[in-house]
Design a protein around this ligand. Structure first.
Ligand code: IPM
Ligand code: MN
Length: 388
């Protein structure tokens, strides 16, 4: 069978009864650009349905981020929006960026708002589960027999490496402009993300693939050494090291052999886009960014976003797949609010609507029946409300 994304990763959360009396939860909703607003609307709609069914109150506070914030306020992230995100129990995020703000010489970019939020919230662990829905294997570019049994999670380091380290920038030299990005990791940063990988693997199929480029990069050699050092603390987890280049190949040739993959920021960014094609569409996949491993009974602040981008070519046309955002809401319920029963209900509603044959264009056969963003979101919301 196919497991729900995230179920059983953290056994302590899956088994403990986490229901409690209704409480108010504060959710910052930052929809961003492109298809961000239309998919996030559907995510928010599902949250409201969960509130009605289970008797919770989700107080949603909206803020601009990314390109729209540059247009409205001259900066991709206002301090008050950053504060809103930091004070909320969780952040539901859409996507940022687009051709309008792509000028390489611009002083500020939409993506800067996202990168600043990640560090402000300290969400160093980005968790991207990849689920293959049996009734969607036709939507994937890979053969169904290769996809059989695929159930993996990419754990991406999110607040270090090439994205952030100094020096960074451009300067003029006698050879013309020179650009610099720096890959830097300290052992503490490496250790904490590897531990997330090991602990996830303990709640799953007990296999951890640590990805690096240790044949070339010093950061990778420290990474590999640290993974090897930690490994005896997790005797029930089989640790394997993989070079990032050959890992990209194996992910396409034998994806079912992977369980948990852990990688530094840039490698994880690339690998998680690659793994998303296994599910048939990037539009289906959620992500959770956390500041630590969630512990039962303790709320972990988190940042939740679909893994897809702003898809400017289809923005505003009611074509985007809202499931990435809706499943991000399920992760939000599970990890930040401790509401596992509610999370499972959302995942079940998605399963039900997909298995009934309703699809957005990205996962429908060419020329076949498909529905719009709002329609699919409404069907999932209805399925949720009628299931209980
Ligand atoms: C992602 C995106 C971002 C990243 C961009 C928009 C900055 O690609 O979340 O994977 O590279 O982290
Ligand atoms: Mn990416």
């Amino acid at each position: 069978g196919v497991s729900s994304p995230g179920r059983g990763w953290f056994p302590q959360l899956a088994t403990e009864h986490t229901r409690r009396t209704p409480v108010d939860f504060q959710i910052a909703v930052l929809a961003g650009d492109g298809i961000g607003p239309e998919v996030t609307d559907q995510g928010a709609k599902i949250l409201e349905a969960v509130g009605r069914v289970f008797g919770h109150i989700f107080r949603m506070e909206y803020g601009d981020v990314g390109g729209i914030s540059i247009d409205n306020h001259g900066t991709p992230l206002l301090p008050k929006v950053s504060d809103l995100a930091a004070e909320a129990d969780a952040v539901l995020f859409g996507a940022v960026g687009g051709p309008k703000w792509d000028d390489p010489s611009a002083k500020t970019r939409p993506e800067d708002g996202l990168l600043e939020l990640r560090t402000r919230l300290g969400v160093f662990a980005n968790i991207r589960p990849v689920k293959v829905y049996p009734w969607l294997t036709d939507a994937s570019a890979l053969k169904p027999e290769i996809l059989e049994g695929v159930d993996l999670v990419v754990v991406r380091e999110l607040t270090g490496g090439l994205y952030y380290a100094e020096p960074k920038g451009r300067h003029e030299t006698p050879q013309g402009w020179t650009a610099v990005d720096t890959m830097r990791y300290n052992e503490g940063e490496i250790e904490r993300i590897l531990r997330v990988g090991f602990e996830l693997a303990q709640g799953r199929r007990h296999k951890l693939t640590s990805v690096d480029k240790a044949n070339v990069l010093e950061c990778s050699r420290l990474w590999r050494q640290t993974a090897t050092r930690l490994s005896p603390e997790y005797p029930d987890v089989e640790l394997e090291h993989a070079l990032v280049d050959s890992c990209t190949m194996h992910l396409i040739q034998r994806p079912a052999e992977f369980d948990v993959i852990v990688a530094e920021n840039t490698f994880g960014d690339i690998l998680s886009d690659e793994t998303s094609v296994l599910s048939g569409s990037m539009g289906l996949l959620p992500s959770a960014s956390l500041s630590g491993v969630p512990v039962a009974g303790k709320r972990t602040k988190g940042f939740y976003e679909p893994i897809h981008g702003t898809a400017p070519d289809i923005a505003g046309q009611d074509k985007a797949n809202p499931i990435g955002s809706i499943l991000s809401v399920a992760l939000l319920l599970r990890y930040s609010l401790g509401l596992s029963e509610e999370a499972v209900a959302v995942e079940k509603a998605v399963d039900e609507v997909l298995s009934a044959g309703h699809r957005t264009g990205d996962i429908a056969d060419a020329g076949a029946y498909s529905v719009g963003t709002r329609d699919l979101g409404q069907r999932i919301s209805d399925a949720l409300e009628s299931s209980l």
